[in-house]
Design a protein around this ligand. Structure first.
Ligand code: ZN
Length: 251
């Protein structure tokens, strides 16, 4: 079974479309949350996401946009975008967001894999450094966890004695590329497919991953997308300019 793992799309329609056009064949789609927030196509992105599959975990921006959490923990730009998103969303899409499940989520037949937004311990926790990864790696019985939230593509790998971070390396800054890694049996993994709609690892290209669960091969992907169109929508919506400029920088 080949699973397309999407995370942190953040209402970026152009980035989502580019990922779907570039993705190699897959059998199922899993979405790690933050479907909305920051960019300017919330309804379109929700509707495409819902058509792609049924497996979702909710992100903090999904909760904020549908009123499940207050905005005071958000920075002013993120809060403004969440407020704007709430005003744009159809009542059906608001309802759908409210009913997204909290991670960890598992899929029938894939007992070795779980899906979360932040961490297996806390849905809102950021796993950025190796130190952040220690407790969730030790605490969970499931060997492979897919997570998002940080918008940083890569993984943490633990064997009996070591815990290391892995970042895929690419040759270009503007072409579609992929990076394949085998997930060795016996090791434990925390895998971030990267952010579709607002990467923060200095690479502006949309990020996602495909996991072949039978062969245990993980493929990280980056694809260029119509950045200008995504930015123009942000300007037209009169969202903060920073939300458009940061897409170009991948930060
Ligand atoms: Zn996010």
């Amino acid at each position: 079974m080949r699973i397309l793992v999407l995370s942190d799309i953040h209402s970026n329609l152009e980035a989502l479309e580019a990922c779907l056009a570039a993705a190699p064949p897959y059998d199922a789609v899993v979405n790690l949350g933050d479907v909305v927030g920051y960019c300017a196509s919330p309804n379109e992105v929700i509707e495409i996401s819902r058509r792609l599959g049924k497996v979702f975990v909710r992100g903090n921006h999904d909760k904020a946009a549908c009123g499940l959490i207050e905005l005071h923990d958000f920075n002013p730009v993120a809060a403004l975008a969440a407020e704007w998103t709430r005003q744009q969303l159809t009542s059906e899409n608001l309802d759908w967001l409210r009913n997204l499940p909290q991670g960890p989520v598992q899929v029938a037949g894939l007992s070795e894999i779980q899906f979360v937004h932040g961490s297996p311990i806390d849905e809102d926790e950021y796993l950025i450094t190796v130190r952040d990864a220690v407790e969730p790696m030790m605490d969970t019985a499931v060997p492979i966890t897919f997570f998002g939230h940080t918008h940083l593509q890569g993984s943490f790998v633990a064997n009996a004695t070591h815990l290391d971070a892995f970042r895929p390396s690419y040759k270009t800054v503007g072409q579609a590329e992929s990076c394949e890694v085998a997930l060795k049996k016996g090791n434990r993994f925390l895998v971030n497919p990267g952010s579709v709609g607002q990467p923060r690892d200095g690479d502006w290209r949309a990020g996602f991953a495909i996991f072949d669960a039978d062969a245990r091969v993980l493929t990280f992907c980056r694809v260029p997308y119509d950045l200008k169109s995504a930015q123009d929508r942000i300007f037209a919506a009169q969202l903060p300019t920073r939300l458009a400029t940061r897409l170009a920088a991948g930060r």
